[in-house]
Design a protein around this ligand. Structure first.
Ligand SMILES: [Fe+2]
Ligand SMILES: [Fe+2]
Length: 175
């Protein structure tokens, strides 16, 4: 059975992942409002991935005999200055999440919870990818600058993203 300290921090992380989902959904609706459908799709997929992250932690708690406690999700921003501003905020947010995951790992280490450590390894790898993909788009947007053509092309590219996960799956291997 999972230790109360680990249970507590995993519940906090479930809330943080759901807040991330809420943030990216808000960013998606911002892109819809400025007619960048591809950017909006990318953010919608990003939001669904975050729900998936929450579900991984949720399933882990249940499998370990823990209790999931869902708390209020704080409000998220609704306006940004530009697509670049959105992705700079995304990159910053992912760096913050990486810090949260590292703290979670510290707690699991202190409590000698090897099953949680194993589960969290996936999140460590995922955060490398998350930071990288946000930063890549920041760099592209910086290159593009104010070119409408460039934004149009990037919008097409980002619109190709598809959601591959399954939030109902119990297996922690699933994305
Ligand atoms: Fe996440
Ligand atoms: Fe993320």
């Amino acid at each position: 059975m999972i230790k109360p300290k680990v249970e507590k921090v995993i519940n906090k992380q479930i809330n943080a992942e759901l807040w991330s989902a809420y943030l990216y959904l808000s960013m998606s609706s911002y892109f819809e409002s400025i007619n960048l459908k591809g950017f909006a799709t990318w953010m919608l997929m990003q939001s669904q991935e975050e729900v998936n992250h929450a579900m991984r932690l949720y399933n882990h708690l249940i499998e370990r005999g823990g209790r999931v406690k869902l708390e209020a999700i704080d409000a998220v921003p609704t306006e940004w200055k530009s697509p670049l501003n959105v992705f700079e905020e995304t990159y910053k947010h992912e760096q913050k999440v990486t810090g949260l995951i590292e703290k979670l790992v510290d707690t699991a280490e202190q409590e000698k919870d090897r099953a949680s450590l194993n589960m969290l390894q996936w999140f460590i790898d995922e955060q490398v990818e998350e930071e990288n993909s946000a930063d890549e788009i920041v760099q592209k947007l910086k290159l593009i600058g104010k070119s409408g053509n460039g934004i149009f092309m990037l919008d097409n590219e980002l619109g190709q993203r598809v959601f591959t996960g399954d939030i109902t799956a119990r297996q922690t291997q699933q994305q």
